[in-house]
Design a protein around this ligand. Structure first.
Ligand code: MG
Length: 278
């Protein structure tokens, strides 16, 4: 029997052979909802990008940088949720992946640095009734001292743990990784950015989004990965692995080869750093 805190061993399926952990913002969705909110109704894109850069160069922690972003958004929380539900779009193939995963008893667990009420509202809107079968482990929201979250300047982010990430995603994955071999499912992870660094080393196969920061980090740190452009490529790879046509090891090797051959489409800052490092 699995220890009781390993909820993905029971929900929504008993003793799955595979578990798919995934980032939410920019991975399942096309836009990062926190970036979107910061850029449009918070302190703006320039300050946000400077903050990201400060995290990548170790001048600031993700935890503090992200708190500054969220603090710059002062609209009442329900308005923030409505704003994001109206504007955030799903990866066009995520639902196809998700229905296939449900049909093959593969739980999907969202590990996010975002806030649960926002994530749940967006999923409810874009995934439909089956959104209840997606587990979410994320940060939360709370009222500021003497205020309510539904008033102007009334809310702040409530972090999941004490780590410099605010939410150390590796903590959720490690108990599964440490299961005895005969019980341990194969673990997948998909992500795109800075908040995924803590999870990147923990799973059997990491899908890193084409053209984003996570790829250059993985290459620098020798963390094996495979590249995805959208969830159709993730689905294709997972289907081959589940069917026994490909091993996770082979899939990870392919990602590293693609990186070495310059085929992963790194974007501005990621490319600059990768070039600098090599
Ligand atoms: Mg992300």
């Amino acid at each position: 029997m699995a220890p009781s805190n390993l909820s993905a061993m029971k929900f929504p399926f008993e003793n799955p052979k595979f578990i798919f952990f995934t980032d939410f913002d920019g991975t399942i969705t096309l836009q990062d909802s926190n970036d979107y909110m910061t850029d449009n109704i918070g302190f703006g894109g320039d300050k946000r990008r400077q903050g990201n850069q400060d995290v990548l160069t170790n001048k600031d922690t993700f935890r503090e940088s992200f708190r500054k972003m969220m603090d710059s958004v002062t609209r009442p929380y329900p308005e923030c949720i409505d704003y994001l539900v109206k504007n955030i779009k799903l990866d066009p193939y995520f639902n196809e992946y998700f229905q296939w995963a449900l049909a093959h008893n593969i739980p999907t667990v969202i590990l996010s640095s975002g806030m649960e009420p926002v994530i749940r509202a967006i999923l409810k809107n874009l995934v439909g009734p089956d959104h209840v079968k997606l587990a979410i482990i994320s940060n939360e929201v709370e009222a500021r001292e003497g205020k309510r979250i539904d008033e102007e300047g009334g809310w702040k982010i409530k972090y999941h743990d004490e780590s410099d990430f605010g939410h150390d995603k590796s903590l959720a994955i490690r108990p599964y990784a440490n299961l005895p071999k005969d019980q341990r499912p194969t673990l997948f992870y998909a992500g795109d950015g800075v908040s995924d660094l803590s999870a990147a080393r923990e799973t059997d196969l990491l899908f890193a989004k084409q053209g984003h920061d996570l790829i250059s980090y993985c290459a620098e740190q020798n963390v094996p990965f495979t590249v995805f452009a959208d969830w159709s490529s993730i689905l294709g790879t997972v289907q081959k692995i589940v069917a026994g046509e490909k091993t996770v090891h082979n899939a990870a090797q392919e990602g590293h080869e693609a990186f070495k051959n310059g085929k992963v489409g790194l974007n501005g800052s990621a490319r600059a750093r990768a070039t600098h490092e090599s």
